[in-house]
Design a protein around this ligand. Sequence first.
Ligand code: PNS
Length: 156
Amino acid sequence: MAIAVYPGSFDPITFGHIDIATRAAKLFDTVHVLVVHNPAKNPKLSLEKRVELVKEVLAVVPGKFVVDSLASGLLVDYCKGISAQALVKGVRTNVDIDYELPMAQVNRDLSGIETVFLPADPAHGFISSSLVKQVADLGGDISKYVPELVVKALKN
Ligand code: PNS
């Protein structure tokens, strides 16, 4: 039984994240989509709200996903706790690679866990949670970038 963990802030989940999670679900039996509190970021949505949105959005593929959260502690400890074989990360550009590579290396150094990088679909290559939030805050249309329930959550 191959288990992967797809971690991130998901503030909010976008069509880019959904694409990576769906593709990861074809490679692994179970994918734990892990909403992580990242102290380096000041999230717009609470951890609980982000988990709720991820659960609702991914419910369309029954049986493949476990949606969970990590409020503190090491990602690799969570991975050990569920006997995960791999971490999954989506990469859009070299900027993502520069950010993700040291994290992949430290996670492997700490625990031996491998990180599988999936290249972003070019259709989603420019979508980021931070740009979505900025466009939404300034009154722009984000419906091409996130599901309808996320549009509504950001309006509230
Ligand atoms: O979506 P993000 O904010 O870019 O995701 C970054 C995240 C949450 C995956 C990263 O900050 C993380 O793994 N945090 C967990 C704490 C941890 O284990 N840190 C040390 C190794 S990177």
